[in-house]
Design a protein around this ligand. Structure first.
Ligand SMILES: NC(=O)c1ccc[n+]([C@@H]2O[C@H](COP(=O)([O-])OP(=O)(O)OC[C@H]3O[C@@H](n4cnc5c(N)ncnc54)[C@H](OP(=O)(O)O)[C@@H]3O)[C@@H](O)[C@H]2O)c1
Length: 258
């Protein structure tokens, strides 16, 4: 009988709530608990489910993991939380999927080090779509280094800074920041487009964000892939490429005589 992966979700803010919606309805997983920083005066549960929501600090993390064991932790909280639960994850060999975008170098070194003892995936861009776009753009850049490349990113009017995702794509493709064009209009949640200009053709790779639930789908993909991985630290791209290598037919020679 296949066993569901038991999950603890850390962070129940704007994104954590959407991620909880996805993980609590995915038949592969059992979302056992949700942890946030502030404790409510009366017991809280996720809407329409009995999944408990706990307010935690460093000591109560110990109690939480002991009373409610899980196979995996998904972190959508803040950069400091991993220092409160990291040693528990290390000791109990619990899978860690961290989506924290703002880790410092030393935080990231700590998270990487956890990968010596358990399976860890950390990604500042956890949607399947953006990671696919980055992988595909990288591939095309390698095949056609002579093509002109520009990035167009569009977001809601109030977003002041250049999209971090667009900067990351530019870094991966070896582009300068001035090859990113930003448009700020109305309520667009987020759109990233990489345009490859060839002399006689144009290739456009476009990703549009519709709902924050996409982050939950991304975390679910990472959890399912990590289940087949050895202990180690992985990026989202590692997991995507692993799927491609495992699931697609191997290249062969279909030439004369085959
Ligand atoms: N990788 C990606 O693609 C991606 C996408 C979206 C967001 N993120 C990241 O996800 C994180 C959350 O984003 P958000 O927009 O949802 O933020 P948010 O609305 O401020 O929510 C943060 C949540 O984390 C909880 N929290 C913070 N520190 C904690 C700690 N030490 N221990 C336990 N819980 C803690 C907060 O508890 P309270 O509710 O009690 O305040 C809150 O529930 C950020 O780091 C963001 O960068 C990543």
């Amino acid at each position: 009988m296949s066993h569901k992966t038991r999950i603890g979700l850390i962070g129940y803010g704007k994104t954590g709530k959407a991620v909880a919606n996805v993980l609590s309805t995915d038949p592969r997983f059992e979302l056992c608990w949700i942890a946030r920083r502030t404790a409510a005066s009366s017991p809280q549960t996720h809407p329409d489910t009995a999944i408990p929501i706990f307010g935690v600090d460093r000591q109560s993390f110990e109690i939480l993991f002991a009373r409610h064991p899980v196979d995996a932790v998904v972190d959508f909280s803040s950069q400091e939380a991993v220092h409160a639960y990291g040693e528990i994850v290390r000791k109990r060999k619990i899978i860690l999927v961290s989506a924290i975008s703002a880790y410092s170098k030393s935080d990231l070194a700590y998270v990487r080090n956890l990968g010596k003892h358990t399976r860890v995936m950390c990604s500042p861009n956890i949607t399947l779509g953006i990671n696919f776009l980055m992988t595909a753009a990288n591939l095309l850049r390698k095949i056609a280094p002579f093509a002109d490349v520009e990035i167009l990113e569009q977001h809601f009017k109030e977003k002041p800074e250049i999209s971090g995702t667009a900067i990351k794509i530019a870094e991966k493709l070896g582009l300068e920041d001035n090859q990113i064009t930003s448009l700020r209009l109305g309520g667009i949640i987020g759109e990233h487009e990489v345009i490859f200009g060839f002399p006689h053709q144009t290739v456009r790779l476009v990703h549009s964000s519709i709902r924050r639930e996409a982050f939950g789908t991304g975390a679910a993909f990472a959890l399912s892939q990590l289940a087949n991985c050895a202990i180690g630290f992985y990026t989202y791209e590692d997991l995507l490429l692993q799927t491609v290598n495992n699931d697609l037919p191997k290249p062969g020679f279909a030439g004369v005589g085959n």
